[in-house]
Design a protein around this ligand. Structure first.
Ligand code: FDA
Length: 447
């Protein structure tokens, strides 16, 4: 048995940030990681000769913890390609092009989108995303689905479908009837306001040169061999003062894994009932991230930015994701997303039919050129046992107020963190860094 001050379980950004900060404070740390690589939900990989961001990739200006980390690690960023017109397909099925973030919807729908968005922003401004259960309307909002809340706000179907898209399929990656209005407000508050989520140029602003996985790779490099790969932790025994995990005895164990995976570990003694109950009410959303590569970014020649949206299309959003940072790579890459119930249906098809359906959906935005890619890839997070969904986890209806205050409560020597329990940066890398730093600070304070 090896003795250390802290065992960190999970070498995603949360765990690696915690480990680096603990080490800087002079503590003896080891990181145990189930996979044979670091980065968790961040993976920059070359597939069929194309460098892809299989997991997280974008950075927005409000993500100050991530931006500071990017600076600290000596990384640089570049803006997402966005010159030209965007495409929108509305309820009437008609394809329209537009500039800016206001969709070309009927005038009365535009008024309703603006009004309901302002109401969401007002609710978000009343919330500290670290403690959403303290919102003045927390119980009322947590007891109704977001779909129900939207119906209570406007009778305009296209306005509901658009606002619903931004929080449902595009963010929590669940249908709007399966999570609460409070969870929707939390999503908005954690991004600094709903207006930010509506503005693709803000929320999907920049990319990291070399890929976002450079963040965990460089954090791991700072740990100089203290990360043990291919070391899944399946059992933790603990008492009031220490814990044993993966052959290490430590005064603290930081479980830097998604809440759904905490439940896969056997604890001896068992965790208090509220802990086990709570995590049965948190679940991953489902979204298939698609990477489609073309000989050239042909849409640019037609004056298109590559940005496309439709609450009514299989691929509900898509962007130009060409690798501007790779010298000499002139290929055009589109990234698209198929979410929740549409993802269920897509994943039930065979590979050839899936590809055909996706390309047909893209052709409705970009024209027939979209039907002839040189490479096609679907990120497989839903079938990866160390994630099992995307992008992150969220609570079912009523559970944020019922359990939320236990989310970050340590149990004896055990603490539980990941981007899924963050306030600012919830479900994002920014939140992972904030949670990793907070976990480390709490341990250092107890020294
Ligand atoms: P993460 O899940 O990354 O790490 C947990 C680690 O623990 C994993 O390495 C896992 O293998 C390990 N583990 C689990 N159980 C274990 C056990 N029992 N023993 C040992 N190890 C164990 N964010 C963003 O900011 N911008 C974006 O553009 C996107 N886009 C995006 C797209 C897709 C497809 C996905 C899947 C996700 C995103 N995200 C994102 C979200 C972002 O990637 C995510 O919030 C963080 O990377 C989560 O980091 P954590 O370290 O909290 O968890």
């Amino acid at each position: 048995m090896n003795d250390v001050d802290v065992v960190v379980v999970g070498a995603g950004v949360t765990g690696l940030t915690a480990a680096v900060r603990l080490r800087e404070a002079g503590l003896d740390v080891v990181v145990l990681e189930a996979r044979d690589r670091v980065g968790g939900r961040l993976l920059t990989e070359t597939v069929d000769g194309v460098r892809l961001e299989i997991g997280g990739q974008w950075v927005s200006p409000d993500q100050t913890a991530l931006l500071a980390m990017i600076d600290e690690l000596g990384l640089t960023t570049y803006p997402r390609y966005r010159s030209g017109e965007s495409v929108y397909i509305g309820r009437d099925g008609v394809r329209k092009t537009f500039h800016g973030d206001a969709f070309p919807v009927p005038a009365e729908t535009a008024v309703e989108i603006k009004r309901v968005a302002a109401e969401l922003d007002r609710l978000a401004a009343q919330m500290d995303p670290l403690v959403p259960w303290d919102h003045p309307l927390a119980v009322e909002l947590d007891q109704m689905s977001f779909a129900h809340w939207l119906s209570s706000q406007t009778s305009d179907q296209e306005a509901r479908d658009n606002i619903g898209l931004y929080i449902g399929p595009a963010m929590l990656t669940k249908p709007a009837h399966t999570f609460s209005a409070l969870s929707a407000v939390l999503m908005a508050a954690s991004a600094g306001g709903f207006a930010h989520l509506l503005d693709a140029d803000f929320i999907l602003d920049r990319r990291v040169d070399g890929g976002l996985q450079e963040v965990p790779l460089r954090l791991a490099a700072r740990l100089e061999g203290l990360v043990r790969l291919s070391t899944p932790v399946d059992q933790i025994s603990w008492d009031g003062t220490s814990a044993v995990a993966g052959g290490y005895r430590a005064r603290h164990v930081v479980l830097a894994v998604p809440p759904t995976l905490v439940n896969r570990i056997r604890f001896a003694p068992a965790l208090p009932p509220v802990q086990a109950q709570m995590r049965q009410h948190q679940s991953f959303g489902l979204v298939v991230k698609l990477h489609i590569t073309y000989e050239t970014p042909f849409w640019r020649e037609e004056g298109l930015s590559g940005t496309a949206f439709s609450p009514y299309a299989l691929v509900h959003e898509a962007y130009d994701n060409s690798n501007e940072d790779v010298a000499g790579d002139d290929r055009g890459i589109l990234v698209g997303f198929v979410s929740d119930v549409r993802a269920d249906a897509l994943l039930a098809l065979d590979a050839g039919t899936r590809r055909e359906e996706v390309l047909t959906s893209l052709a409705a935005y970009y024209g027939p050129g979209a039907l002839s890619p040189v490479a096609y890839y679907e990120s497989p997070w839903q079938s990866d046992e160390w994630t099992a969904g995307a992008f992150g986890t969220s609570f079912d209806i009523g559970s944020l107020t019922r359990y939320g205050r236990h989310l970050r409560t340590p149990v004896g020597p055990l603490s539980f963190v990941s981007s899924d329990v963050a306030g600012l940066g919830f479900q994002h890398v920014d939140g992972a860094i904030r949670m990793g730093e907070a976990a480390a600070a709490a341990i250092v304070e107890q020294r």
